[in-house]
Design a protein around this ligand. Structure first.
Ligand SMILES: C[S@@+](CC[C@H](N)C(=O)[O-])C[C@H]1O[C@@H](n2cnc3c(N)ncnc32)[C@H](O)[C@@H]1O
Length: 176
């Protein structure tokens, strides 16, 4: 094969990698919080505080590496769904879901949660920032079914009154 052709392919592959890594690193921070995962213990407490059960459909807004949705299915028997902006974390979490044989219970969508409809969830988990929570509040209030539990880590929804709070870690549970 022509050396220049091979060189061209290598340059294209390197450029594609740079674009994917760039999107992965920058885009989520522009539209929400960057990736800072909850600990497994906090993930457990979030799901436990919301009393997640096999009847539930759990939605994690900004699902990162998928740890909350995987735990919701594995330990609480719920169906779970994540929306994540970072393409590399979507890939990572899809591999983890498949490796654990959870493909029928857990799914992750690549995208911006502000552009998705949230209708089907019965429990919504959120670990974003104060500003994002402010923007999210109106969306959650209009799109979620009455009775949906919303559990936020670290940052409250200022215009709602939580029905339960935890101090360590800081968790806020609301019912829409
Ligand atoms: C603080 S991390 C929480 C990750 C995960 N929920 C956890 O608790 O381990 C926030 C995540 O939200 C994602 N994110 C931020 N804004 C987003 C948006 N508008 N749509 C989808 N994902 C978003 C980031 O890429 C990041 O993975």
């Amino acid at each position: 094969m022509d050396v220049w052709l091979v060189f061209g392919y290598v340059v294209i592959i390197i450029l594609l990698c740079i674009i994917v890594v760039g999107v992965s690193a920058v885009w989520p921070s522009l539209i929400g919080a960057p990736w800072v995962p909850v600990s497994r213990e906090t993930a457990w407490k979030m799901l436990d505080l919301a009393q997640v059960n096999p009847e539930d459909s759990v939605l994690d807004l900004g699902s990162g590496d998928g740890r909350i949705i995987i735990m919701a299915a594995e330990k609480f028997g719920a169906k779970a769904f994540g929306i994540e902006a970072d393409p590399l974390r979507v890939l990572w979490s899809r591999c983890a879901i498949r490796r654990r044989g959870l493909s029928k219970m857990v799914a992750v969508m690549w995208g911006n949660f502000f552009s998705q409809n949230l209708l089907d969830a019965t429990v919504v988990t959120v670990y974003q920032g104060q500003k994002i929570n402010k923007r999210l509040q109106a969306k959650l209030a209009t799109e979620l079914k009455a009775g949906t539990r919303v559990i936020s880590y670290s940052f409250p929804f200022e215009e709602w009154t939580p029905i339960k709070t935890l101090r360590n870690p800081h968790l806020y549970l609301y019912v829409v």
